[in-house]
Design a protein around this ligand. Sequence first.
Ligand code: PBG
Length: 324
Amino acid sequence: MYLQRRNRILRRSAAIRALVAETNLLPSDLIAPLFIDEGKDIRFQIPSMPGYYRYSLDNTLVEVKALWNMGIRCVLLFVKAADATKDNTGKEAWNPNGLMQTAIKAIKNTVPEMVVMTDVALDPYSIYGHDGIVKDGEIVNDETVEALVQMSISHAKAGADFVAPSDMMDGRVGAIRSALEQNGYSQTGIMSYSAKYASCFYGPFRDALDSAPGFGDKKTYQMDFANRTEAIKETLMDVEEGADIVMVKPAMAYLDIIREIKNSVNVPVSAYHVSGEYAMIKAAAQMGWLNEDKAILESITSIKRAGADLIATYFAKDVVRLLG
Ligand code: PBG
């Protein structure tokens, strides 16, 4: 058989495949999410996220040092607020001595160069487990934005490099940007969860922070998973309002959205491989149905190939290990 072109030539050996690989993951592409709790010497394994832990601050600092030493350069912080601090205003979210603010300072003191990003949304602080303030059964937009602004300023004041609003209220990126400027935090960035879908894949995360909505769902603020054009609209608006980095979330069921957004904006695009996506791989691996390491590398590489410059993933350490 005579063939003018033989595509398999480029797949003949591992060395050739590496030479022509179009996508390469780097430790510096990864964002490691961290769950932080009150107390001392706590290392609580999240039942629906086997192998992933919620740490007290002392153990968080040990973890941050380990991440830095592995080459991971960015952490995204979430705190579990004590029940007694929860209300319908979310005011614990901007308590200058709150767990988040204390954690930001401690991490910055311990590993000053680590890029610290913080989740900005009211759900961990809300008695209703919603991302905003609730009035007559509705999540009110404009008052919530005012709360998110205060929360962002307090994170910036504590030393966060980026605030990451994950709430999907309208106008919050612009309001946060203006407030950062007005309060002297012109160097603090915004990573906006710009296309965040109302997804069942956040289930395990809500176990980790005890933040499941007490009534209803999040469909009046998070996006409908049927929509694509709307994701572009949301993202372009966030860029206009001042987002430095935009995000698509979840990742694997939304690779088409990641690609379209990558083609539509001129800011870095991140994607969040969320808790349920982590749990699916873990569960299948535990059953012996998937090779965990291979599933991790294939999944995370596919997210970068789709167009994500940065990837938040609970597998960050595994990815670095697998890159060898
Ligand atoms: C809070 C927030 C959520 C996640 C990140 N920030 C949960 C939610 O919106 O209900 C989910 C992350 C994950 O599932 O890994 N607004």
